[in-house]
Ligand binder design. Structure first.
Ligand code: HEM
Ligand SMILES: *[C@@H]1O[C@H](CO)[C@@H](O)[C@H](O)[C@H]1NC(C)=O
Ligand SMILES: *[C@@H]1O[C@H](CO)[C@@H](O)[C@H](O)[C@H]1NC(C)=O
Length: 329
């Protein structure tokens, strides 16, 4: 199995591809001209104010993944958690203070990490163009780049999100639970405007990264017909290492591919909320489609990610550009 980041040549090729696409997009945008309001999101939001923004972020992610390929999962997940709670507004990055316990200190932050990657990109951006690039745009670009650099699709996202001023532990209750069945998942994703197909595509993010035993051990207490019996043994073995022991969510935790969906067909999904997508007749067809056709998964994933990346965004004075991603200005 090829893991992209184990092969520097492939990663460098990916970097080169990204650079040329950015150039092409920029040329296209100059040709199209400026038809956007000052505060509206747009693909070329930083073209004049910080033309190097995308490149700086991409280099930061590239270097971070070279040092630690396992950061790709948490960096993608961070964008989901940011957008799902309060809309994409970098609320997930805020540190708790003595008067406020922030989102990141919720048990639901579940091992979120990689905050230093965001800080690193922000430091560099503040040197080049102080006070211009929002932390939530950085989170969105970092997630996008982590997908591509691990073998996934490349796509452009609009920029211009503003950072929020609220981050409260109690808001994290709105994140979906790994114990949710397909009807509950459909209800919460539907509530945010996502179709069943988009929900399954987004769940494909679990092609990257790991879950800790505490997220799936409830599945092991009784025989579960939706789980392969050998796979049940694998999970039990992982859990013999304790609640924080890690189980890869698919066979290639550092590669963005469709093996997650193939695992679901084999009843080897790690979370209950993963396997339920294959168990339920409403979602099984979509899983089968993505297991058979990776290109279709990639296309649907990038479209659903674009939609998620603009969930309830703050524009103009309803937000700010934080100087330090960990605290409001
Ligand atoms: C469908 C509803 C979802 C549920 C119930 C869910 C739940 C979870 C849980 C419980 C974990 C393991 C956390 C741990 O044990 O440390 C996890 C990991 C992860 N999730 Fe989700 N998730 C969902 C959707 C998403 C979406 C939409 C994305 C991104 C687009 C995403 C990206 C990730 C990634 C990349 C990881 C691995 C993180 C790592 O390696 O540290 N998830 N998710
Ligand atoms: C996540 O929350 C726990 C408390 O539930 C806290 O101990 C831990 O430091 C938090 N993790 C991060 C990365 O903030
Ligand atoms: C999903 O769970 C809810 C709440 O526990 C339950 O009412 C519903 O019947 C379940 N749906 C399926 C398809 O199992």
């Amino acid at each position: 199995m090829i893991t992209m980041l184990d092969h520097p040549a492939i990663s460098f090729t990916r970097m080169a591809i990204m650079s040329s696409i950015v150039v092409l997009l920029t040329v296209e945008m100059v040709a199209r001209g400026f038809n956007f309001g000052v505060d509206a999101l747009s693909m070329n939001y930083y073209m004049l104010s910080c033309p190097m923004a995308e490149g700086i972020v991409r280099d930061t992610v590239f270097r971070s993944l070279q040092d630690d390929p396992t950061l790709a999962g948490p960096l993608l997940r961070m964008h989901f958690h940011d957008c799902w709670i309060q809309g994409c507004d970098a609320s997930i990055l805020i540190d708790s203070t003595k008067d406020n316990t922030a989102e990141k200190d919720s048990p639901a932050n579940l091992s979120l990490r990689g905050y230093e990657v965001i800080d690193g990109a922000k430091d560099e951006l503040e040197k080049q163009c102080p006070g211009v690039v929002s932390c939530t745009d950085i989170v969105a670009m970092v997630a996008r780049d982590a997908v591509f650099l691990t073998g996934g699709p490349i796509y452009d996202i609009p920029k211009g999100r503003k950072d929020g001023r609220r981050s409260r532990i109690e808001d994290t209750i709105n994140l979906p639970f790994p114990t949710f069945n397909s009807s509950e998942l459909t209800r919460v994703f539907g509530g945010r405007g996502f179709t069943i197909q988009e929900m399954v595509a987004l769940s494909g993010a679990h092609t990257l990264g790991v879950a800790r035993c505490s997220s799936f051990k409830n599945r092991l207490s009784s025989a579960d017909p939706s789980m392969d019996s050998d796979f049940a043994k694998t999970l039990s073995k992982t859990c013999s290492g304790g609640d924080t022991a890690e189980q890869p969510l698919d066979a290639t935790r550092n590669s963005f591919d469709n093996l997650y969906f193939i695992a679901l067909q084999r009843k080897a999904g790690v979370l209950f909320s993963d396997q339920t997508l294959f168990s339920s007749p409403w979602t099984q067809g979509v899983v089968n489609g993505y297991a058979m056709n990776q290109a279709m998964f990639f296309l649907d994933f990038q479209q659903a990610m674009l939609k998620m990346s603009v969930l309830d965004v703050k524009e103009g004075p309803s937000g700010e550009v934080r100087k330090d991603c960990r605290k409001i200005n």
